[in-house]
Design a protein around this ligand. Structure first.
Ligand code: ACM
Length: 772
């Protein structure tokens, strides 16, 4: 019996082996291209690229594209192809070759190309050299994602061109210095995504990164800081690492980077910040500001009040700096910053007051415009144009300026209506320093920006008519690096959200579709593995909601996934979930304190970040609750119930679990179901002044037995501004019983001078109300 069984299982496995061999031959290569081309028609059959395959160029001007492809093959597959320039048209017919050529497709967009892979050849025809290069990027994405010496690609006919002419990525090298090896890698990432602009943020409060021969102290002094903040800008008290750090790029290194980018059809636009974000320059040359120093290079983040003074010395200095910058960077545009320049030092400066009077300027915003206009004139006279952050609109826009809209789209809309060129770069969609997983365990500047939100962005706002829309040059994503010290974290922030940015910038709006995109992103994950870069798997994150029960007894945790083939497993005791943990079916009824950890599993493999929710069950948990003034839309998730869902938010930045009032008060009434003794009310509030979130001035607890007549039980004032992110404030009560409890928290009010957002309304964040 036993022998027979063994025998039949051998036969079965042999036949399985045979059929998997024949299947392997037939297995069609994957066609999964990001950004999605304008048109892809798939044919039967494959074309094979192997070490003997030749690249034939119609013209030597296409060498860059062949070189890029060969470097890619060498790096990830371990071989390269021979390249030859065609002597005559017969050479262009060589069988088995990859032929790069020019032909006019009839497309008006620069960078159009066609790619045809057939039985005999792969032909990439570009309208121009960048078009051929983009065809090469598509060819790269047709390659299998596992290394081999014989690479089958699908036979396809692809016709493609970009939607926008400006497809940019910014890297902040001021907050943290990244070496030239990473800069080149970053440029390669841009190239691989068919993007064409590298905005290089080279000067900051915390570091000046570009060698300027005329002013050596800019790098001798300005490129180094003695210490760096540990933790978040909003933390109190602040802690520092007392470690000297910095670096800069020599002019030779910069020339090499610019050449490297040019070979990839990428323009490098340098940003030299003025008049704000200039502490490093001011530390080196204190004469640049209105008050005598000494100053030091910034060691924490945020916005510094000390800015450049609009004196002849400063103008002359920055003209000399820009003269060297123009020698290094052939880009038509020079970015002059212009963002986040507080006007306190100007308003208090006798020199600035005098200057404003002399120039008949109404205020310091107009003085900033005077500053920017001056620099624009200088650059225009040298054949260059300026780009500035949207603050350059305040006080009047310089005549030829291009606006980079970052504080939402408002600035970009206003500039386009004034017929100025615009690059859309709003925080809400393309700030890749924001976090992409709700369940992260790392330090971020703030803001939840998942892949789907990035993908949902259309850079042409509906407010614009077609003429105005024509001023939108394109889109740029920004990677600010206050909280990004190493390339691995930079990559993690970029990927996969850079895929979405690339597709926003390239693919026609009507061809874009998130569910199709997310399929291609999963193939892209395999390319990331080939590239050995780090990336976020937050797309596999579970959705979790805590729901109120109709019996008001405890709460229900609901978990879900978009991946139909996935299974959810969870634990309730804080242990790591595995595929041996409890299988989630319908919901988890929580009636006592618990820590739930859950994750998505596909074929037994844990796919993404865990959801961890800590429940603290108390008399208020799950009970009916109503609010006075509603919270602001963007901090209203979960509604009033979020205050009694048993989940205490851990971080001020954890936006999804907080209710937030901008300038308004919290007023919540909870029905405990029956009159009962209560000994304390705990209110979890946000306290993160760095993020404009302030603890309330006071908390008042009221009680009632009928839900109509409320009496004040206790009022406490709150010790302000401790900056502890999430604070649990206890209001002790003695000898009290009530059925209805009302909790009021009074907004802190206007943000005081010297703090981020000074003069604006502060946010009151409430996370949870617990009643004991
Ligand atoms: C910016 O994010 N301050 C442009």
């Amino acid at each position: 019996m036993k022998r027979l069984f063994l025998f039949s299982s051998v036969v079965a496995s042999l036949s399985f082996f045979a059929s998997s061999c024949s299947q392997k031959k037939a297995a069609a290569p994957v066609v999964s291209i990001i950004p999605k081309p304008v048109s892809v028609v798939r044919q039967q059959g494959v074309f094979t690229i192997k070490p003997g395959t030749r690249i034939v160029l119609a013209d030597t001007s296409l060498q860059n594209s062949a070189d890029f492809f060969n470097e890619y093959l060498h790096k990830y597959y371990g071989f390269t192809l021979r390249v030859k320039t065609a002597a005559d048209t017969a050479d262009l017919q060589e069988e088995g070759a990859i032929v790069l050529n020019y032909t006019h497709s009839g497309d008006t967009a620069k960078g159009a190309y066609t790619l045809v892979s057939g039985d005999k050849q792969v032909r990439i025809n570009g309208d121009d050299a960048p078009g051929v290069f983009y065809g090469i990027q598509t060819l790269i994405q047709l390659l299998p994602t596992t290394p081999a010496r014989s690479l089958d690609i699908a036979q396809v006919r692809i016709k493609d061109h970009p939607r926008f002419q400006y497809r940019g990525m910014m890297l902040d090298c001021g907050r943290h210095f990244f070496d030239t090896a990473f800069i080149k890698q970053f440029i390669d990432f841009i190239a691989l995504h068919k993007m064409n602009t590298f905005h290089w943020h080279l000067t900051e409060d915390q570091g000046w990164r570009i060698q300027i021969k005329k002013y050596p102290k800019l790098t001798e002094v300005g490129a180094w800081r003695d210490s760096t903040l540990i933790g978040h800008e909003g933390d109190k008290p602040r802690r520092f690492d007392h470690h000297r750090t910095g670096g800069f790029y020599t002019q030779d290194e910069i020339r090499a980077i610019v050449r490297y980018a040019q070979a990839r059809y990428i323009t490098v636009i340098p940003e030299i910040e003025m008049p704000g974000h200039s502490m490093a320059a001011i530390a080196a040359y204190p004469e640049l500001t209105c008050n005598p120093g000494p100053y030091h290079v910034g060691n924490h983040w945020g916005v510094y009040d000390t800015i450049l003074c609009p004196t002849p010395y400063t103008f002359n200095f920055y003209e000399n700096v820009l003269t060297e910058v123009m020698e290094l960077f052939p880009s038509h545009y020079i970015h002059i910053g212009g963002d986040e320049a507080p006007k306190v030092t100007w308003n208090n400066s006798a020199y600035c007051k005098q200057l404003m009077k002399k120039l008949h300027l109404k205020n310091a915003d107009e003085l900033q415009s005077y500053f920017i206009n001056h620099m624009e004139k200088f650059l225009n006279a040298h054949g260059r144009d300026i780009i500035g952050w949207d603050e350059i609109l305040q006080g009047g826009l310089a005549p030829n300026a291009t606006v980079m809209s970052w504080r939402g789209e408002k600035g970009g809309i206003a500039a386009a209506k004034m017929h100025h060129k615009v690059i859309m770069s709003p925080t809400t969609y393309v700030y890749l320093d924001y976090y992409q997983s709700r369940n992260h365990d790392s330090l971020f500047i703030g803001g939840y920006l998942p892949l789907e939100k990035v993908y949902s962005y259309n850079p042409i706002p509906p407010e614009l008519d077609s003429t105005e829309a024509g001023y939108i040059q394109g889109v740029q994503a920004n990677l600010w690096t206050e909280y990004i010290k190493y390339p691995t974290k930079a990559e993690f922030q970029l990927f996969p959200r850079m895929e979405a940015v690339a597709e926003i910038a390239w693919t026609p709006q009507k061809e874009r579709n998130y569910s199709d995109f997310i399929q291609r992103v999963q193939t892209q994950f395999k390319r990331y593995q080939l590239w050995k870069v780090s990336y976020s798997r937050a797309i596999y994150e579970l959705n979790d909601t805590v729901e109120q029960r109709s019996d008001y007894q405890g709460v229900d945790l609901k978990l879900s996934t978009k991946y139909a083939q996935g299974k959810i497993y969870y634990t309730t005791d804080g242990a790591e979930p595995s595929s041996k943990a409890t299988l989630y079916t319908d919901s988890v009824h929580i009636t006592k304190n618990a820590q739930i950890r859950a994750a998505l599993f596909i074929d037994g493999e844990k796919m993404g970040p865990e959801v961890t929710r800590t429940f603290q069950i108390n008399k208020a948990t799950g009970k009916p609750v109503t609010l006075g003034d509603p919270p602001a839309d963007k901090y209203s998730q979960g509604g009033a119930f979020a205050l009694v869902d048993g989940v205490v938010p851990a971080h001020a930045k954890d936006g999804s679990q907080w209710l937030g009032w901008n300038g308004g008060d919290l007023d919540a009434k909870i029905d405990l179901g029956k009159t009962q003794a209560i000994s304390a009310v705990n209110v979890t509030i946000g306290d993160a002044p760095g993020m404009w979130v302030y603890a309330p001035k006071s908390i008042t607890v009221l009680g009632s037995d009928d839900g109509k007549d409320f009496k004040v039980l206790k009022q406490i004032s709150v010790q302000e501004n401790m900056g502890q992110a999430a604070r649990r404030i206890t209001v002790p009560l003695a000898g009290i019983s009530a059925r209805y409890v009302e909790v009021k928290a009074e907004n802190f009010g206007t943000i005081p001078a010297g703090h981020p957002g000074a003069g604006e309304k502060s946010w009151l964040f409430a996370g949870e109300i617990a009643i004991e």
